[in-house]
Write a protein that binds this ligand. Structure first.
Ligand SMILES: CC(C)(COP(=O)(O)OP(=O)(O)OC[C@H]1O[C@@H](n2cnc3c(N)ncnc32)[C@H](O)[C@@H]1OP(=O)(O)O)[C@@H](O)C(=O)NCCC(=O)NCCS
Length: 145
């Protein structure tokens, strides 16, 4: 069973950032540290934890501009993908965004993940751009009802 938690302890954050690095940075040879951005301190962090206590998915949310939530660094461990964990994390941040009263959420999605976000009601509203010299990202947005 998967539980959604917010990291609290030092060990929680260590496991949280380790998964982010493993899924989003290590495969492209990016150095440690690149898995973090300038918005960590103002972000709310969520992690999916399995019955063994392992962190198998992560995502964060912060207010990008008034009423617009920025969903970022969504990552699910390769061994646990396609089991609904990504969906659960997206639903979690959207619920949080609604609690804040945000009117919309958006994300810089990898072009390989746009189909995933489209399934969840996001639409591409920008032009793809290169990120860290390897992956292409594109801004996608969803109105929250
Ligand atoms: C994209 C990602 C977060 C999806 O997480 P997941 O746990 O595998 O997704 P889910 O199991 O919740 O999938 C839900 C649905 O989306 C589909 N899906 C999952 N990944 C997809 C992808 N990359 N492209 C298209 N559809 C995808 C699933 O088949 C499933 O469809 P269904 O509901 O019709 O069966 C995960 O594959 C991942 O971490 N990828 C690498 C990093 C990445 O691209 N992150 C995205 C942010 S930039």
């Amino acid at each position: 069973m998967i539980t959604i938690k917010t990291p609290v302890t030092r060990d929680d954050f260590k496991a949280y950032y380790a998964l982010r690095y493993k899924v989003l940075r290590e495969p492209w040879g990016h150095p440690k540290g690149t898995e973090k951005d300038d918005y960590e301190p103002i972000s709310e962090h969520f992690m999916a934890v399995n019955e063994k206590g392992e962190v198998v998915g992560v995502v964060k949310l912060y207010e990008k501009s008034e009423g617009v939530g920025h969903v970022s660094h969504l990552a699910v461990s390769p061994d646990h993908q396609h089991k609904g964990i990504g969906k659960l994390l997206v639903q979690t941040v959207e619920a949080r965004a609604r609690e804040h009263g945000f009117h919309s959420v958006g994300t810089m999605a990898r072009v390989t993940a746009t189909a995933f976000f489209e399934k969840h009601g996001y639409r591409v509203t920008g032009m793809p751009s290169v990120h860290l010299g390897t992956t292409h990202l594109v801004w996608m947005e969803k109105e929250l009802s």
